[in-house]
Design a protein around this ligand. Structure first.
Ligand code: NDP
Length: 506
């Protein structure tokens, strides 16, 4: 590969250092850390200083949790009518729309993702707030009127209580919006900790919530690191539930930390999501979806379509066409409107991506395109070339582990049983895709594959209405849809005897 083979977008201009300052939001007030500590975030693409953030310590996390606890126990928020809660969520959605450009720019500067994508994500986030508002108004339990003439029962749905929300760096504003409005619609109070790599837009969300009129203490934001803030948020006895998105490794640590107090944990973790192409697939559409699936968000995406499993009869043609289309994907300056793939989140992650490829090559894999970091003119950040790797065996780490970069693994099969065995062979089970013009093939695959979401003849479409989450080591519980709200609810059974019909025991 030479760099000339690729479509690279050089720096449009160097962004000015317009420093964003972020504090903690605790009990309705913006505060610095108790010890005054701060940390900084630089743009992973441009190297410029983007934000200076309060670095939370144990006492900040504790103060935020206790504020959320008081706000929940006071009952004003939990018992507010769904209509009033919905009004607040709708107001927040409008404010998100009004602030889209400001939020999107900060998201680009902290995450390295392209500006067009960031704007679409903020727009999608506003839709999540609106959808959650509709759930707040329609939330209800069940009644049982068939238990006998002297018995009536209700199943009440109640907010679970204080929820810790811990979010990653790959879709900072979107992922907090997959959790927070649903928790609020349910009547919970929350403490949010964004990734230390992308802290600012969650802070802006806090500003918008205050502007919308959210009562003090209902949402608290603590900036900082997994240690100590994340650890306290997952082990503190005053927290009832943890909702986490991030790596499987940290997800397991959180399950253990939460076990001592038996908190509920909902987790959305990694994936090694296969797109399976049968011999009768519409190759034109599949190739475009494969390229989208692997390069979207530079492959730093839990839903990344990071392996394709292709029928042997079409494997050569599909690989050749994926490589040709890869050359056309615009990589480069995330602030340029034409860029589709931006910078890798940090150098350490770039090294990790690279080591997966080098290890595969040493084990006999063939790099069809890419396979190394690239330099983009005028930018000092880490960029990784669009990469396709073939001649793999299913046991190689690149074929079964989450690389979290723009690196596609190509595997082949002959029969449905082989395709299913390969698809289900990884420890993950987040998403899967099937490409075939035969509905029976699509249905059989959909029913046999172990995944929370199956796309047939498409990839990575998402809707606020549809539940999202994984099986196996991709996590537990669901976000979005009505199930996304129900994660944040407890059931209470109320049984009522009518009249004096109860037979005395003694
Ligand atoms: P992590 O899973 O390490 O971090 C996600 C969030 O959890 C961050 O806010 C982090 O804080 C916090 N955290 C870290 N340790 C703890 C802990 N012990 N208790 C509570 N919270 C904690 O993801 P990384 O950002 O480090 O990314 C590493 C890898 O994870 C990626 O390469 C990728 O494979 C995967 N990943 C998967 C994601 C997905 O959507 N499935 C999203 C992001 C990453 P902080 O980082 O601020 O210290």
């Amino acid at each position: 590969m030479t760099v000339h083979d690729l479509t690279l977008i050089p720096a449009k201009s160097q962004p000015e250092d317009a420093l964003h300052n972020a504090q903690h939001l605790i009990d309705g007030a913006w505060v610095d850390s108790a010890d005054g500590a701060v940390f900084e975030r630089r743009s992973p693409a441009h190297g410029t200083l983007v934000s200076r953030i309060a670095k939370g310590g144990a006492s900040d996390a504790e103060a935020a949790i206790l504020a959320a606890r008081r706000a929940f126990d006071a009952g004003d928020w939990a018992q507010m009518s769904g209509k009033d809660r919905a009004a607040l969520l709708l107001k927040t959605a409008d404010l998100i729309d009004e602030n889209r450009a400001r939020i999107a720019r900060l998201e680009v500067l902290e995450s390295g993702k392209p500006i067009s994508q960031a704007e679409a994500e903020i727009e999608g986030a506003a839709d999540l707030w609106r959808f959650a508002a509709s759930l707040a108004r329609t939330l209800h339990g069940d009644s049982h009127n068939s238990l006998g003439k002297d018995m009536l029962a209700m199943v009440l749905k109640e907010p679970i209580g204080v929820v810790s929300l811990i979010t990653p760096w790959n879709f900072p504003f979107l992922i907090v919006s997959q959790k927070l409005p649903f928790a609020l619609a349910a009547g919970c109070t929350c403490v949010v900790k964004p990734s230390e790599l992308t802290p600012s837009t969650t802070g802006i969300l806090g500003e918008l919530l205050m502007q919308a009129g959210l009562p003090a203490g209902v949402v608290n934001i603590v900036q900082g690191f997994g240690d100590p803030v994340g650890s306290i948020l997952t082990s503190h006895p005053a927290v009832d539930m943890v909702s986490f998105t991030g790596s499987t490794q940290v997800g397991k640590a959180i399950e253990k930390a939460a076990a001592d107090t038996l908190k509920k944990v909902a987790s959305e973790l990694g994936g090694k999501n296969p797109q399976v192409l049968f011999a009768d697939a519409d190759i034109d559409s599949a190739v475009d979806a494969i390229v989208f699936g692997i390069y979207f968000n530079a492959g730093e995406c839990c839903n990344s379509g990071s392996r394709i499993i292709v029928h042997e009869d079409i494997a050569q043609e599909v690989t050749r066409r994926v490589v040709a289309l890869s050359r056309k994907v615009p990589f480069g300056d995330p602030l340029h409107p034409d860029t589709k793939v931006g910078a890798i989140i940090h150098q350490g992650h770039q090294d990790k991506i690279n080591s997966y490829v080098q290890e595969a090559v040493a084990a006999g894999a063939k790099v069809e395109i890419g396979g190394a970091p690239i330099q983009v003119d005028g930018l000092e950040g880490a960029f990784f070339a669009p990469t396709v790797v073939s001649s793999l065996t299913a046991d190689m780490p690149i074929a079964r582990e989450e690389v979290f970069g723009p690196v596609l693994a190509v595997l082949t099969f002959r029969t449905m049983d082989e395709a299913i065995a390969l698809a289900n062979g990884a420890n993950y089970g987040l998403s899967a895709g099937v490409w075939s013009e035969n509905i029976h093939t699509c249905l059989e695959f959909s029913r046999r594959v172990q995944a929370g979401t199956v796309w047939t003849n498409t990839w990575m479409d998402g809707f606020s209405e549809l539940p999202f989450g994984g099986v196996k080591e991709s996590g537990q519980g669901r976000e979005l849809g009505r199930y996304g709200l129900e994660e944040f609810m407890e059931l209470k059974t109320v049984q009522m005897r009518i009249g004096r019909s109860r037979t005395h025991w003694i």
